[in-house]
Write a protein that binds this ligand. Structure first.
Ligand SMILES: NC(=O)c1ccc[n+]([C@@H]2O[C@H](COP(=O)([O-])OP(=O)(O)OC[C@H]3O[C@@H](n4cnc5c(N)ncnc54)[C@H](OP(=O)(O)O)[C@@H]3O)[C@@H](O)[C@H]2O)c1
Length: 271
């Protein structure tokens, strides 16, 4: 309740708001009276979501179509979001893609896109918004969506996993850098979550995968609670909390073999 009162009337940018975790975050923030700047490529979806939340919660919204796999889109999103003197107090860097399978199975262009979206655009948006938030001086929150793979080395997910390691190291260091400022930076690290990500990343779920999958609504609620508490990192779900702590106890080569085994039992890649 306190969080809801504190966040009411703020402006929040959410990248990847057209489906999955980003859409759920928009729904959750909208229900808290937060005004929304919704970013993704599928403009029709963003507009429909914004209009629905405006009607339900009397908030304001703007849909911004952007392809974050292209250089310079992050700067354009920042400029659109802050036009007319608008003060943004929440940035959720959620847009992310991945591909699962043997390294040579995908063209190199896919990997370049992953790095551009998950790493470069995320860092660039954070850079511009930190400057903006420092300037307006109001209490502000940045949430960077990483993954359980931010903590683990996962064979068949090498580029995706490495990009999510970047998200973790970057977010946690920046959280410390900005400790005494008006801005907090929180890593939100979900595990398997029902969304379009499974299909898009070339995975097919096997029966055993469902045991630990979470809904995007649960991930969004837990992630945002941690964000507004200014936590350094949030790992939603107890099975994911266990998973991220495993590497402390096992040698790296056992860990890699175990992760490969667990993934192969849970998912297959599209041949
Ligand atoms: N689902 C999981 O199991 C899982 C687990 C751990 C972490 N995560 C992370 O959670 C985040 C959200 O994923 P999700 O599960 O919600 O997947 P999702 O349903 O596929 O959503 C991904 C979002 O990113 C946007 N996006 C993709 N490519 C984009 C581009 N080139 N430019 C701008 N936006 C783009 C998509 O919108 P458009 O297609 O409309 O552009 C969509 O809104 C990602 O960072 C993902 O790595 C997911």
């Amino acid at each position: 309740m306190q969080t809801k009162q504190r966040s009411k009337g703020m402006w929040a940018v959410i990248t990847g708001a057209s489906s999955g975790i980003g859409e759920s975050m928009a729904r959750e923030l909208g229900s808290q009276g937060v005004n929304l700047l919704l970013v993704a490529r599928r403009l029709d979806r963003l507009k429909a979501l914004g209009a629905e939340l405006k009607e339900k919660h009397q908030i304001e919204y703007q849909a911004i179509d952007a392809d974050l796999s292209l250089p310079h889109e992050a700067k354009r999103v920042f400029e659109r979001a802050t036009e007319n003197g608008r003060h943004v107090q929440v940035l959720i860097n959620n847009a992310g893609i991945g591909v699962y399978g043997p390294f040579q199975h995908y063209p190199v262009e896919e990997y370049l896109k992953i790095i551009q979206i998950n790493v470069t655009s995320l860092m660039e948006l954070t850079y511009h918004f930190v400057g903006h938030m420092q300037k307006h001086g109001k209490v502000s929150y940045i949430g960077n969506v990483g993954s359980v793979a931010s903590y683990l080395s996962v064979p068949y997910f090498s580029v995706y996993g490495a990009s999510k390691h970047f998200v973790k190291e970057f977010s946690e260091s920046l959280n410390y850098d900005l400790k005494k400022s008006n801005i907090s930076v929180t890593l939100i690290a979900p595990g398997g979550t029902y969304s379009e990500f499974t299909e898009r990343s070339g995975q097919t779920l096997k029966k055993s995968a469902h045991a630990s999958m979470m809904t995007s609504q649960a991930v969004a609620q837990i992630g945002l609670e941690g964000l507004f508490k200014r936590r350094r990192a949030v790992v939603p779900g107890w099975t994911n909390c266990v998973a991220v702590n495993f590497p402390r106890f096992l040698p790296a080569k056992w860990m890699l073999a175990l992760n490969h085994l667990v993934m192969q039992k849970a998912v297959d890649y599209k041949k």
